[in-house]
Design a protein around this ligand. Structure first.
Ligand SMILES: [Zn+2]
Length: 377
């Protein structure tokens, strides 16, 4: 499977300015090409390239390959736009009926690179083409991605983006998938706020550290937003990035742990199926409203893709009442969950941490939905 990793470039000021200048020139060229393409109704990449190539090189001083990539970006944008329009209007009678509008590109819009304009030395250095020749730039790659990419031949196909004054490469890495094994058990995992993840074997990962950082930043944000100065904004952006990085690292760590644990026990991984669910219990609603929501979605996607790579089968189960049902006697009642953290069955007095109870219910639902589990050894 293909995954996209975001890699921070550690640029010194001189290199940063060079790269920013290149990006601006490139997008200016894209706008020029876009204007030409629109005027001539020419969205075929090859034909467009023939028509504008020398003009673009002359006017914007882009290298040959950069010019080709700029033409491709413009042609792709029109074709993607066309496809989207087609979907919206359902059935256009002919191509001419598809309404076209002039596409323009931001001054600091993403810039495409390929193997001719970008190369790597190990996982440490990127060699990036600018208007003024190549620059060698150190990269910052998270320990997790270092592990994943170790020994892989990474090609130069990437998007360069600029965000809050920092350059990143969005690099697509191909990871081999493993054939899923036949599970002999199921590991239920409940995702939440108080505990980021709790499993059916009684283990849970506290969200306290992540929540504390988030809370601290929210308070600081309110204070700095009131100030509204440029340096306050910069500080805020830096804090936001740091928070996102921290939360991402935690999510990588937990998802890796869960997937490895399931594999070790030759279990399938069971999660709640949250697609199409509107009616959710109170905790979940609160979750969706606040900033936890994206971290939550990120953890799910990490678990799913790591499972795919590791060959761990994943099952999504009906999420209704997972936190209200007694795993021992099956009694379902709101009163079973007196507090957010604690479960106590009103019928049989079974008691346990609420998150782990939910995970147990997720596990038993998975075992029901995959009836062969436990038979094969
Ligand atoms: Zn009970």
């Amino acid at each position: 499977m293909l995954i996209t990793t975001k890699i921070k470039l550690m640029l010194e000021q001189e290199h940063h300015d060079k790269l920013l200048e290149t990006m601006k020139q490139y997008n200016a060229a894209c706008n020029y090409i876009s204007g030409f393409a629109f005027e001539q109704s020419q969205y075929n990449r090859i034909k467009l390239q023939k028509l504008v190539y020398y003009d673009v090189r002359d006017k914007f001083h882009l290298s040959s390959q950069m010019t080709i990539l700029a033409v491709r970006k413009v042609a792709d944008a029109y074709i993607a736009g066309k496809a989207k329009k087609k979907k919206e209007y359902k059935k256009p009678k002919s191509k001419k009926n598809v309404e076209k509008t002039l596409i323009s590109f931001r001054e600091t819009g993403a810039m495409s690179y390929d193997a001719r304009t970008l190369s790597f030395t190990g996982l440490e250095l990127a060699s990036i083409l600018t208007l003024d020749g190549r620059i060698k730039v150190p990269m910052k790659i998270s320990p997790y991605h270092q592990g994943v990419m170790q020994g892989k031949n990474i090609r130069g196909q990437a998007d360069l983006i600029w965000h809050d004054g920092v350059f990143y490469l969005l690099l697509v890495v191909e990871l081999p998938e493993n054939e899923p094994y036949i599970p002999i058990d199921a590991l239920g995992v409940d995702l939440g706020i108080k505990n980021i993840a709790a499993d059916s074997m009684g283990e849970s990962h506290s969200g306290d550290a992540v929540n504390a950082v988030r809370h601290r930043n929210a308070k600081l944000r309110a204070k700095l937003q009131a100030k509204g100065t440029k340096s306050a904004k910069r500080l805020l952006a830096r804090r936001r990035r740091k928070e996102a990085r921290f939360s991402r690292d935690v999510n990588h760590c937990i998802s890796k742990h869960m997937v490895e644990k399931a594999k070790r026990h030759r279990s399938l991984l069971a999660l709640e199926d949250l697609t199409g669910i509107r009616e959710r219990i109170t905790v979940r609603k609160a979750q969706r409203r606040n900033q936890h929501a994206w971290a939550f979605a990120q953890l799910r996607s990490y678990i799913e893709y790591k499972a795919l790579i590791a060959g761990v089968p994943v099952v999504l189960v009906d999420p209704r009442n997972t936190s209200r049902e007694c795993p021992q006697c099956g009694h379902i009642a709101k009163e079973n969950r007196k507090t957010r953290d604690w479960f106590c069955c009103q019928a049989c007095e079974y008691a346990a941490p609420a998150d782990n109870v939910a995970a147990l219910n997720i596990r038993s639902r998975a075992l029901v939905s995959v009836p062969n589990v436990g038979v094969a050894i």
